[in-house]
Design a protein around this ligand. Sequence first.
Ligand code: MN
Length: 496
Amino acid sequence: MKKQIVSLKQFEVWFITGSQHLYGKEVLKEVEKNSKEIASAIGNQKRISVAVKYKKLLTTPEAIFQLCKEANYEDKCIGLIAWMHTFSPAKMWINGLKIIHKPMLHLHTQFNSSIPWNKIDMDFMNRNQSAHGGREFGFINTRMRIARKVVVGHWKDEEVVNSISTWARAAAAYADSQKMKIARVGDNMRQVAVTEGNKVSAQIQFGYEVNGYGTGDLMKHISAIKSKRIKELVDLYLSTYEVSRSLGKKGSKHNSLKEAARIELGLRSFLEEGGFTAFTDTFEDLHGLHQLPGIAVQRLMADGYGFGAEGDWKTAALVRTMKVMASGLNGGNSFMEDYTYHFDGEGLVLGAHMLEICPSIAELKPTCEIHPLSIGSKSAPVRLVFEAAAGLALNASVIDMGNKFRMIVNTVEAIEPPSKLPKLPVARAVWKPQPDLKTSAEAWILAGGAHHTCYSQNLSVEHLRDFAEMCGVEFILIDKETNINTFKQTLKQNYQ
Ligand code: MN
């Protein structure tokens, strides 16, 4: 499924070039011409999802400081791409870098791709100095502990463009995270540890705010829904999904479908009124609700809302962030939980949840079914049931370590289930974790990774690493290369 969750073209990344006055007007003119050409060539690439705006040639500390101030205050600006065309003495950058609050990418490129061996003279050397100009800029960033992405290579190189594209998506998600409002309806599932955490620290680190609401706040919206709107939504369900006969217009459970539609409309109205882009609920606090929201949550997630079950606001935020990052790409992102293992053969994981898996990852048209919930005492909830598409994917989790947040990512390969699952009444994905089930689960557990994750079919490790770096959180990867001994050492080194 391809869906534009947010319009990424509303965001701008500003292209800035560093140089100095010593070269004289003529060289600086050329520097600016080259910069404009690079910025527009990158911006015109189809895979660059945001607007790239050439901003300025910077040759003085005052101009650098001014530009950083403007970048901070311009909402549309989600990051800076900095290129040192020539040598730009880096003390000039200190005051600007001290105040910059937008993500930065240091593009270490040069206008010419090759050295003209037979013709090269001092004039050429003067105009193609990024090899050392970029190192001076690198030093001051490292010296000042500035988080940034360094991309090396010629600007026409596909890998370079891909890296910029990935970073721009992460920067868009970072901008979204700064204003994300998460509604936590009810508290978290009682006694559960990993869904807890410090919301103040999270807001400082990721930008999003998490606030609690009672089920009554939501019920007010659900009760106010008019029956005409319920009927319209029920009709939409009937035309969009393969709906079980018992839920159909003449079925014995049709009222449950109507109730599910009422819950969806009420939830939507509650989220829209509060300006929320992510939310949580919990099956332990459903006062007034006849059933645990199933299809409602699934469809809201498909529309771009972040969701975490059992009060898991960290995962709700992550789901929203990953949906924004992947906006417009083929494939989907969903709340997920490692549910049960198949230890035979090479080892498989069946991922699912009680209800709430996002249909953006579905292979085929979902069926709409009703079944009792095995826990809790509410009526049977309506849910969408489907299988996730096969292919490469990943699971990501954010945990609160007490003194820091840690993001853990495991790459997986989703497969078609080895057999049909005729009695499983929930949406699911079956995958082979990398490097293998034993190593992946051991590493994940040692790292403290949660049982809740966001499962992605269209984001790469690089997207998530870029995002983690922008937020300044620890990033732990479990992939094909993971060796448990080295992994343990990494955790030990990162202990603090
Ligand atoms: Mn759960």
